[in-house]
Design a protein around this ligand. Structure first.
Ligand SMILES: C[S@@+](CC[C@H](N)C(=O)[O-])C[C@H]1O[C@@H](n2cnc3c(N)ncnc32)[C@H](O)[C@@H]1O
Length: 276
C-alpha cells in the first residue's frame, strides 16, 4: 500500500512539473500506443514533398533506416498514398534493415547498456506480406550500393531509426555517394535523440554521429532550427529534425519561397491601413 501511495505521489509531482502542454503528451502517448499513428512522419513527408514540388520535381523517394517490425514503414505507406493524391506526385518508399535485429555492439558510444545485439529481430516473411515497399536487407553500410542501382527518384526525406552511433555514422558517411540522388535540402528525422533514462547526449549515439558527419564534410551539413513560436508544422518531431543541406546541388540556389516581400511594400493593404 505504501509503495503504491509513494509511486502515485511521485507521478503526480511529475505530471505537475511536466513542461509541455498535456495535449502534446496525449499525442505522444497515442503514437506510442498505436505504432502506425505517426503524425511526425506524415508532416515531414508532406513538407518534403511540397518542397520537392516547388523545385519542379514530382517523383521522390523516402528512406526509412531501421524497419524492425514495420510500424514506421507501414505508416509511411499509408501517408504516401494520401499525399500522392493531394499533391499529384509519385512517392517511392524504401526500407533498410539487417533483417536480424541490431548488429554486434562494442563501443560505449553505441550505448551497450541500452541496446543489445539481436534486439528487434524480425520475421521477414510476415513483414513482406504487410509491406509493399522494397526493403534492403543487410548492414546499411553494404546495402546503399544496391539502392543506388535501382533508385530513380530524388530523396526528399530520410527517417533514421538505427539506434546505434556506429550504424548511423556508417550511413551518414555514405551521403557523398548518394549525392546525385538527393534534393538540395533533405528533411532528416532522427528517432533516437532521447530515451527516458536521459542516457543519450552529445557524446554518444546519433548526436556524436551527426557531429562527426558535420566535421567530415564541408559540402554537406546537418543542422537544426531553433524552437520558435511560429513552428507548428512538425508535431512530435520538433527536437528530432535536422535538415541536410547539400550545397553543391544544382538546385540549391533556386528561389522557391512564396513572395512575402510584397506584403511589406508601402502600397500593401497592411501598411496602407496604418497610414490611412
Ligand atoms: C528501433 S528499430 C526500428 C523501428 C522502426 N523504425 C519502427 O518504426 O518500428 C531499429 C532497427 O535498426 C536496425 N539496424 C540497426 N543497425 C543497423 C545497420 N547497421 N544496418 C541495418 N539495419 C540496422 C535493426 O535491425 C532494427 O530493426
Amino acid at each position: 500500500m505504501y509503495k503504491l501511495f509513494y509511486k502515485s505521489s511521485l507521478l503526480l509531482k511529475r505530471i505537475f512539473g511536466y513542461e509541455k502542454p498535456l495535449r502534446v503528451a496525449l499525442l505522444g502517448y497515442l503514437s506510442l500506443k498505436f505504432k502506425s499513428f505517426k503524425p511526425h512522419y506524415e508532416s515531414i513527408l508532406y513538407e518534403a514533398c511540397l518542397e520537392s514540388k516547388k523545385l519542379g520535381i514530382n517523383s521522390v523517394s523516402v528512406l526509412e533506416l531501421g524497419v524492425a517490425g514495420g510500424a514506421g514503414i507501414i505508416a509511411l505507406e499509408k501517408y504516401k498514398k494520401k499525399i500522392e493524391k493531394v499533391l499529384d506526385m509519385e512517392i517511392k518508399v524504401y526500407g533498410f534493415d539487417t533483417g536480424a535485429g541490431l548488429p554486434k555492439i562494442e563501443k560505449n558510444e553505441d550505448l551497450p547498456f541500452l541496446w543489445k545485439e539481436g534486439l528487434y529481430n524480425i520475421d521477414k516473411e510476415a513483414l513482406e506480406k504487410k509491406v509493399e515497399s522494397k526493403i534492403f536487407y543487410g548492414d546499411v553500410k553494404n546495402t546503399i550500393d544496391d539502392f543506388i542501382k535501382i533508385n530513380k527518384n530524388k530523396i526528399c526525406c530520410i527517417f533514421l531509426d538505427l539506434d546505434l552511433y556506429t550504424s548511423t555514422i556508417n550511413f551518414l558517411n555514405q551521403i557523398p555517394k548518394i549525392e546525385k540522388h538527393l534534393l538540395p535540402r533533405v528533411l532528416c528525422y532522427f528517432d533516437d535523440i532521447y530515451v527516458f533514462e536521459n542516457y543519450i547526449n552529445q557524446f554518444n549515439g546519433v548526436f556524436k554521429a551527426i557531429n562527426e558527419f558535420n566535421n567530415n564534410f564541408s559540402e554537406f551539413k546537418l543542422g537544426y532550427s531553433v524552437d520558435h513560436f511560429k513552428d507548428f508544422k512538425f508535431p512530435l518531431a520538433k527536437t528530432s529534425m535536422y535538415t541536410l543541406h547539400c550545397f553543391k546541388n544544382d538546385l540549391y540556389k533556386k528561389y522557391i519561397s512564396s513572395n512575402i516581400e510584397s506584403d511589406l511594400s508601402i502600397n500593401s493593404k497592411h501598411i496602407r491601413s496604418l497610414i490611412d
